[in-house]
Ligand binder design. Structure first.
Ligand SMILES: [Mn+2]
Length: 241
């Protein structure tokens, strides 16, 4: 085995979700999420939500963290009661991911956030969310577009406008067609983060660190869209650089 090659691989911690399957609770990470990391040259490691006592260990051991899509973040974590249209939540996963994101930030580790993952990072750093876009979003001038598409996940349905001077802009230019599977979104952006992309109605579709390259996050699902748009792998490649 080539030692130089070995040393170049980044270990990426991925917090797992929990699902009920045939009567058994199981930890899971979607295959497409793992594939995005491995194709970018990373070594994925699952972090189960019961491992809260070992967060320090994961932060020391991993080179970066990938916060994936999943259920709604419990609004009490950003100081709100649950709205009637709020969806399923998993408090154990919230606790693990919020603590992990905070500790990873302090430790200077890189973080990739996709969909819920972007929202988790924003909440961990002090930001807030719309619990349900259709009920809470004031689109001001534009009407709210459809953010939970009925179309297949691998197909794009809405445009995002990408701000210049961002990492996202270097990859995709000022405009790109993306998929959309969310009923929540970032409301107030946390300190230290800047908005990189918005949908036609102004909904936030991308965040990055303001002053460094620690955090890279999008609201859409590049790991699913990559099936019809191979350029989506660049999100993972950019994170791994
Ligand atoms: Mn969207």
């Amino acid at each position: 085995m080539d030692d130089d090659l070995m040393s170049k691989k980044n270990i990426i911690g991925i917090p797992a979700g929990v699902m009920l399957s045939k009567g058994t609770r199981r930890y899971y990470i979607n295959e497409a999420d793992v594939r995005g990391i491995t194709k970018a040259g990373g070594v994925p490691v699952m972090i189960p939500s019961e491992a809260t006592a070992d967060i320090d260990y994961y932060v020391r051991t991993c080179d970066g963290f990938f916060f994936t899509g999943g259920p709604d973040v419990l609004p009490t974590f950003y100081g709100e009661e649950p709205h009637a249209k709020m969806g399923f939540s998993d408090i154990q996963r919230d606790r693990l991911e919020l603590s992990l994101a905070k500790e990873a930030l302090t430790a200077g580790k890189k973080m990739l956030g996709i969909c819920r993952g972007m929202q988790v990072i924003n909440v961990a750093l002090g930001g807030t969310l719309y619990q349900d876009l259709e009920s809470e979003y004031d689109s001001k001038h534009n009407h709210l577009i459809k953010h939970f598409q009925a179309a297949p996940s691998a197909e794009p349905t809405h445009y995002v406008a990408i701000k210049s001077g961002t990492r996202l802009n270097k990859l995709y230019g000022s405009n790109w067609l993306v998929n959309s599977r969310h009923h929540q979104a970032v409301k107030e952006t946390a300190k230290g983060l800047k908005v990189t992309a918005t949908a036609g109605d102004g909904v936030i579709e991308g965040l990055e660190s303001e002053n460094n390259d620690q955090i890279f996050a999008v609201q859409w699902h590049p790991e699913m869209l990559v099936a019809t748009d191979e350029k989506m792998q660049m999100i993972f490649d950019e994170f791994m650089k």
